[in-house]
Ligand binder design. Structure first.
Ligand SMILES: Cc1cc2nc3c(=O)[nH]c(=O)nc-3n(C[C@H](O)[C@H](O)[C@H](O)COP(=O)(O)O)c2cc1C
Length: 313
C-alpha cells in the first residue's frame, strides 16, 4: 500500500501533518503521538523576534468549534533554532516551519534565516497577517500583497515553499493562483475564519482581542469547498485542513482535491488524533482495495463535474 505523497521537493511518508499552532513545537505532544509516524510536523508560527501575543481571554469554545485570538505568540526564530529544533531532528519525519512577518522584508529575512539551518525541510508562510507598510491590510486578502510577499520569499529560499491561504476572501482559487504564479510549491488551506462572540450578561466580547479565528468541525464544509475550488484552479499540490477530526474527514478532503491534510483543533480533544487518522486511512484503503493513496486526490465523482471535464455544454 502506498501512502507517500509529494509536496514540492518533499516526499512525505503519508499525507497527515499537524496544523500550525495546534501542536506546539512537536515536543509537547511527543508523549501521545509517535512523531516518526507523521507525514510532517508543522510547528507553531514563528517570527524574527519573540511575540507575547494578545491579551486574555484568548480561546472561547463555540458550537462545533473554537475561536482563538492567540495573536501569533511565539518564541522567535533564534530561540526555536537553539532550543527546539534539535528535539525534532531526532525523528524520521519532515519538519515544516510556519512563519510570518509584519512586512515583506520581515518575511524574506525570516525565510532566509530558516533556510540556512539543518533539519528544516520545508517552509509554510502564513499570509493571514497585517502588513505594516500597507495600512495593516492583511497580505493574504489582497492579490497584490500576496504576489509581492510570496515572490520576495521565493527569491531567498530553495526549500519547499507552502503558502497558507486565508479563507477570509471571496475567491480563494484566485489567491491560490496568485501564490502559484509567485513561485509557491504548494498551497495550504484553510486558516481560521474570522469570528466573534459576546457575553450577553456582561455585554463584553468573549475574546480579549474582540475578534478571533474560528476552527474545528464548524468550518469543515467551507474548507472542503475551498479545497475543491482551489484544486481545480492550480497545478501545485493543495494541503487541506479545517475541522478534520477523523479519517473520514481527511478522506473527504483528499477527494475534494487535497494531496495532503493537516489536523488542528482535533489535537486539543484527542492528542493522538493524527496517529488515529493515519490508521483510519490505511483501513479505508485496505477495505476499498486502494493501493495508492494518490488515487483518492480529486476523486470526487459527480455527473456535473464529469460533463465539465469533457467540455460538454
Ligand atoms: C490555537 C490555534 C493557533 C493557531 N496558530 C496558527 C499559526 O501560528 N499559524 C498558522 O498558519 N495557523 C495557525 N492556526 C490555524 C490552524 O493551523 C488551522 O489552519 C485552522 O485551525 C483550521 O484547522 P482545524 O479546524 O483543524 O483547527 C491556529 C489555530 C488554532 C486553533
Amino acid at each position: 500500500m502506498n501512502l507517500t505523497v509529494n509536496i514540492g521537493k518533499l516526499k512525505l511518508k503519508n499525507p497527515v501533518m499537524t496544523a500550525s499552532g495546534t501542536f506546539g513545537y512537536g515536543e509537547e505532544y511527543s508523549e501521545f503521538v509517535d512523531l516518526n509516524k507523521l507525514g510532517a510536523v508543522v510547528v507553531k508560527g514563528l517570527s524574527l523576534l519573540p511575540r507575547e501575543g494578545n491579551p486574555p481571554p484568548r480561546i472561547v469554545e463555540t458550537p462545533a468549534g473554537m475561536l482563538n485570538a492567540i495573536g501569533l505568540q511565539n518564541i522567535g526564530i533564534e530561540n526555536f533554532i537553539r532550543e527546539k529544533l534539535s528535539f525534532l531532528r531526532q525523528f524520521d519525519t519532515s519538519v515544516i516551519v510556519n512563519f510570518f512577518g509584519d512586512s515583506i522584508d520581515e518575511y524574506a529575512k525570516a525565510a532566509e534565516r530558516l533556510s540556512a539551518v539543518d533539519g528544516i525541510h520545508g517552509l509554510e508562510m502564513n499570509i493571514s497577517c497585517p502588513n505594516k507598510e500597507a495600512d495593516w491590510r492583511i497580505f493574504g486578502t489582497d492579490p497584490k500583497g500576496t504576489f509581492e510577499v510570496v515572490s520576495a520569499v521565493r527569491k531567498v529560499t530553495d526549500l519547499t515553499l507552502i503558502v497558507k491561504l486565508s479563507p477570509n476572501v471571496t475567491d480563494i482559487a484566485l489567491m491560490a493562483k496568485v501564490a502559484e504564479d509567485a513561485g509557491a510549491d504548494a498551497v495550504s488551506l484553510i486558516n481560521t475564519i474570522t469570528g466573534m462572540a459576546i457575553d450577553i450578561k456582561t455585554k463584553r466580547p468573549r475574546l480579549g482581542n474582540i475578534t478571533g479565528g474560528l476552527s474545528g468541525p464548524a468550518i469543515k464544509p467551507i474548507a472542503v469547498r475551498m479545497v475543491y475550488e482551489t484544486f481545480r484552479a492550480v497545478k501545485i499540490p493543495v494541503i487541506g485542513m479545517g475541522g478534520i477530526m477523523n479519517s473520514s474527514d481527511a478522506i473527504e478532503f483528499l477527494l475534494a482535491g487535497a494531496t495532503a491534510v493537516a489536523v488542528g483543533t482535533a489535537n486539543f480533544i484527542n492528542p493522538s488524533a493524527t496517529n488515529d487518522i493515519i490508521k483510519g486511512i490505511e483501513s479505508f484503503m485496505a477495505e476499498n482495495n486502494i493501493t495508492d493513496l494518490n488515487e483518492l486526490t480529486g476523486g470526487i465523482k459527480s455527473p456535473q463535474i464529469e460533463m465539465e471535464a469533457s467540455g460538454a455544454e
